[in-house]
Design a protein around this ligand. Structure first.
Ligand code: PLP
Length: 364
């Protein structure tokens, strides 16, 4: 089979998604399934929807369009503020978008009028992580203006934490979001459908709190795909962390010194980290590199240690074993490695289900 390849196990993704949807349902929270790390894979989108997510969320209109073309309409939310240059595409393919700029919402309104359709808006509020969001004191103003715009429906408010600065979702910032929702409802005498509390980093708060206030939606990507929570990157109990693995092929296997020799200057990617001398090692080179993934985000199989990587070579210490060329090894990935592998044209994407595994084992 072709290598390198991402092996995507739809049954494990389904298990992860269903488990999270069901435990959050007990708290009154529904899930937007975030597809941005899957390059708009319609197979993964289908699994998300079959697992009970109430909408798909993606940060790229291109992904939303390709899911639309591949599988037809589903509730889709653009979870990054639309570019002015893309508003026409946004109102055509997304039912809803996350917004922070009145200029953009005005343009969405005229684009929606031209398309003769409505477009939902979730206003994002800044609660400390310093990425997107209206400052809380400015929220009332932007709500007032948004409510005046034709073909625009204010669906709710949301926030995003733990992405740029690592701010932890907790009772304090989540209560603030709930109070903002209450105060908008009473000031403008209307109800908000959506109060979207955040991303996979919200799970600990959501599942561990006795009351989640007004929060009734979270947007989950990493936790479903990789089975880990992003605050400390710990595995989540009961979920698979190997629903997606990156398989690569050995192209050189030799006993070599662990220390380079000759005069040393910079490497292809800057200054090399100092190497500790561990004598002679079994050095195994895999045919993957910076062009295929984020090598620092790979979790190697037992008995393999990643030493370094260049554009096309991953150099490992295979603990005294000479692994024959042609051998394939499977690595688990962190979010950054997953994103880069998904978007690399050099990495094949192979979607598997339990049925395929059974068929494969029967035909052997
Ligand atoms: C990427 C993203 C998410 C999903 O984050 P995960 O950590 O993958 O769950 C949610 N909301 C917004 C706004 C995002 O950009």
């Amino acid at each position: 089979m072709t290598a390198p390849r991402l092996e995507i196990n739809l049954d494990k993704i389904r298990h992860n998604a269903t488990t999270l949807v069901e435990s959050l349902k007990l708290k009154g929270i529904s899930v937007t399934g975030v597809t941005k790390a899957t390059l708009g894979s319609f197979e993964i989108a289908d699994v998300f929807l079959e697992s009970g997510v109430h909408a798909l969320g993606d940060s790229r209109i291109e992904n939303i369009e390709s899911m639309y073309r591949a599988r037809g309409p589903a509730p889709m939310t653009l979870i990054r503020s639309p570019m002015l240059s893309q508003v026409q595409r946004v109102v055509k393919y997304a039912d809803m978008s996350f917004n922070t700029e009145l200029d953009v919402i005005r343009e969405l309104s005229s684009a929606a009028r031209k398309e003769n359709r409505g477009h939902g808006i979730v206003l994002m509020v800044e609660l400390g992580d310093l990425r997107e969001g209206v400052m809380p004191r400015d929220l009332g103003l932007i709500v007032r203006e948004t409510l005046r715009l034709p073909n625009i429906v204010l669906k709710g408010i949301g926030t995003n934490l733990a992405c740029r600065s690592g701010v932890i979702p907790d009772a304090r910032n989540m209560d603030e979001l709930s109070s903002l929702a209450d105060s908008i409802e009473s000031t403008f005498d209307r109800s908000l459908d959506i109060v979207s509390g955040g991303n996979s980093a919200n799970l600990q708060w959501a599942l561990g709190s006795s009351s989640v206030g007004r929060i009734n939606d979270v947007r989950l990507g990493e936790s479903i795909l990789l089975g880990r929570e992003p605050l400390h990157r710990q595995p989540i109990d009961g979920l698979f962390t190997d629903a997606i693995v990156l398989t690569a092929e050995v192209i050189e296997s030799k006993v070599k010194p662990s220390q380079p020799w000759g005069n040393i200057a910079q490497t292809a990617f800057g200054v090399a980290a100092p190497v500790t001398d561990r004598g002679r090692i079994a050095q195994t080179i895999m045919a993957i590199g910076q062009q295929d993934t984020d090598p620092s985000g790979l979790i190697p199989p037992n008995g393999i240690e990643i030493l370094s990587a260049s554009s096309d070579h991953l150099i490992t210490d295979s603990d005294g074993r000479l692994i024959p060329v042609g051998t394939e090894l499977a690595f688990q990935l962190n979010y950054s490695a997953l994103l880069r592998s998904m978007t690399s044209p050099f990495v094949a994407k192979v979607v598997k289900t339990e049925r395929d595994n059974l068929a494969a084992s029967c035909s052997q």
